[in-house]
Design a binder for this molecule. Structure first.
Ligand SMILES: [Fe+2]
Length: 208
């Protein structure tokens, strides 16, 4: 954790020390009422945990996987831009900067911040470790909005079809889609995740 977080670094407003177990609890507290959004988040979190159990991803990626969409919680919405709202909340909760950074910049958030005129706000938050951001992007893009496994190309196409062409989300993903797919592919290459891994996700991820 960085010094900017002060002399009680790692301690939330309620005095709880940060630990890996906090992320799924926080996610559940704020997102479990949101139906398929919660299904998506749980699937991304569990997929990260599965890779972490094989020593392939860091605990920061696991935490960020659970927390990446926290800003969709209505009570945390301040700007209406969920990566920024979620990351701001987490920073105020003294969650480690590396995790805040991943949430703030996940899955093309920088592009969407530009569409929303929020780039300067986003830039005030910590910058992520690029390799870890690639992994989080991969996990988000191989998990459909309802939590079922998908592939990055299908996921990107689904986002573009779900949001109208004038929306900031559509415009951002239209601009960022090649960068997003390249990011996901870099993560797969680095982690050695084959096409068979992608095809095998239903069994690997969703079985209890
Ligand atoms: Fe998100």
């Amino acid at each position: 954790m960085g010094d900017e977080l002060g002399d009680v670094a790692g301690q939330g407003h309620d005095g709880t020390m940060w630990s890996a177990e906090v992320a799924p609890k926080l996610a559940s507290e704020y997102l479990s009422g949101l139906g398929r959004r919660w299904d998506h988040v749980q699937a991304v979190g569990r997929l990260a945990e599965e890779l972490a159990a094989a020593d392939m991803v860091s605990s920061d990626v696991v935490a960020a996987a659970w927390l990446h969409d926290l800003g969709y919680a209505e009570e945390l919405s301040t700007t209406g831009f969920h990566p920024l709202d979620g990351a701001t909340f987490l920073m105020n909760e003294r969650v480690p900067a590396e995790i805040v950074a991943l949430v703030a910049h996940h899955t093309g958030a920088d592009f969407e911040a530009g569409e929303r005129g929020l780039s300067e706000h986003l830039a005030e938050l910590p910058a992520p470790e690029p390799d870890e951001l690639d992994v989080l992007t991969l996990l988000d893009l191989v998990t459909a909005p309802d939590g079922t496994p998908t592939d990055p190309e299908t996921r990107v196409a689904e986002i573009l079809s779900r949001y109208p062409t004038f929306s900031p989300v559509h415009r951002a993903v239209a601009r960022s889609q090649h960068a997003l797919l390249a990011s996901a592919q870099r993560a797969r290459d680095r982690l050695g995740l084959s096409d068979e891994w992608l095809a095998g996700l239903p069994e690997g991820v969703l079985e209890p």
